[in-house]
Design a protein around this ligand. Structure first.
Ligand code: ADP
Ligand code: MG
Length: 411
């Protein structure tokens, strides 16, 4: 069984199934981390079972709860989650501004933080880009970028500053002052400053959160290009999934201090390990379904009719009486005027090339569908739909987690 795919968790409560799914995801990440150590050379960052909490015993907040993941050299990782889920705490612990209560951080196979071992932040070889840029206002751009290059000669420093400004697309701006630059330009200077000493690891804490949405998307792609060109190993944190998809090779979805899944963007979307990830990433709903034996394999009975010939359908024994919840993404539902299944449009959101329709079946289930925007139907109209499910994602029957509801996505 794929440990990231909890559909075969049977005979346990939903809560336990969720817990087990996270345990599975953490175990996988840990195993990955351990493999990294065993493989030796290529693990640039390895975080293992990291726990950090704040406050006194009674009112303790677990900001990080057994966080484990691994980054290879030259890889860009991204921690993705809502405000308060522990992203900054993770970065601060890796950078050395916070001590973990348990677990450890390895940088280039050297333990830099654990309850027993401690390396001071300035000796970790880590560069940090903060949310608010934190440029020195009294220094010009060259002074800011060259700030960490104290051991260099003046000529070496000038050369390195020139290289860094080229890399971030600001050649010749060394004499300008931060207040003369736009937010996006200041952010690039902050990036150049963090990269100038060639750190072993670069940490970026929501570096685009103060910028306009348009600029953020462009910069996200540019940042990836800059980091890859420099061969940097980086850990980026954000609450914005499009930013995470644009930047990260590997993305970790966090909720309340716990890592639910550490995976590439495609797998997070198509193979979510927990209901939380399924709900947090992309647009989708859960509908009740039943797995029944069919020929040599199984078929899924759903409110949209039976789904057959599925390559990755769980076996009926995976759930009590084969009953489960099926994840249906907006792109699993295709609008087709000739389809026998009809659904009523409850809401529609224009997205340029397509509409995101919220639909209701006669049986009462809600669905979401991406439909090309030339199919401009009215709210209240009944339209034909058919399922086109490439990836079967099922979970034990149960209430949604208390996080975002799919409806909150529909704007
Ligand atoms: N210095 C601190 N003292 C007490 N609680 C803190 C401190 N830093 C963070 N927390 C708490 O830890 C949790 C995670 O915070 P943080 O890592 O800043 O989240 P994020 O960066 O994902 O928004 C939150 O509940 C926050 O209130
Ligand atoms: Mg934060």
């Amino acid at each position: 069984m794929d440990a990231r795919f909890p559909s075969a968790v049977s005979g346990c409560s939903v809560e336990n199934a969720g817990e087990r799914a996270i345990e599975g995801a953490n175990r996988e990440a840990s195993r990955g981390a351990n493999r990294g150590a065993a493989d030796g050379a290529d693990a640039a960052l390895q975080v293992e079972e990291l726990c950090v909490s704040f406050g006194a015993a009674r009112s303790k907040i677990a900001a990080l709860d057994r966080l484990s993941f691994r980054l290879r050299r030259g890889e860009i990782g991204c921690l993705l989650g809502a405000s308060g889920c522990g992203k900054t705490t993770a970065l601060r612990t890796i950078a050395g501004f916070l001590r973990p209560q348990s677990g450890c951080v390895h940088i280039d196979a050297q333990c830099v933080a654990s309850p027993q071992k401690w390396t001071e932040p300035e000796r970790r070889g880590v560069g940090v880009v903060f949310q608010d840029y934190a440029l020195f206002p009294h220094l010009d751009v060259a002074g800011n970028v060259g700030f960490g290059l104290r051991r260099h000669t003046a000529a070496q420093r000038a050369q390195r500053v020139r290289e860094m400004l080229e890399l971030v697309g600001l050649p010749g701006s060394g004499a300008r002052f931060p207040h003369e630059l736009s937010g996006g330009q200041q952010q690039r200077v902050a990036l150049a400053r963090a990269m100038a000493p060639a750190p072993r690891l670069l940490l970026l804490d929501e570096p685009f959160s103060n910028l306009d949405v348009d600029l953020r998307e462009r910069l996200a792609h540019e940042l990836r290009g800059i980091l890859k060109a420099a061969g940097a190993t980086a850990l980026f944190v954000t609450h914005d999934q499009l930013e995470a998809f644009a930047i990260g090779d590997q993305i970790g979805v966090m909720h309340q201090g716990r890592l639910h899944q550490w995976d590439d963007a495609y797998s997070l979307y198509h193979r979510p390990a927990t209901r939380f990830v399924a709900d947090f990433i992309g647009h989708g709903v859960f509908v009740p379904a039943r797995i029944v034996p069919c020929g040599d394999g199984a078929r899924l009975d759903t409110p949209l009719g039976p789904l057959e010939h599925l390559t990755d359908c769980p076996l009926p024994g995976a759930y009590p009486q084969g009953r489960c919840d099926l994840l249906l993404r907006a792109d699993d539902i295709v609008h087709d005027d000739g389809a026998p299944v009809r659904a009523q449009i409850v809401r529609k959101a224009f997205r340029g090339s397509e509409f995101l329709y919220t639909l209701r079946l006669a049986s009462g289930e809600t669905l979401l569908a991406h439909v090309p925007s030339h199919h401009n139907h009215r709210v209240g109209e009944w339209i034909g739909i058919r399922p086109e499910v490439d990836h079967v994602v099922t979970f034990p029957v149960g209430a949604d987690h208390p996080g975002r509801t799919p409806a909150a996505d529909v704007r």
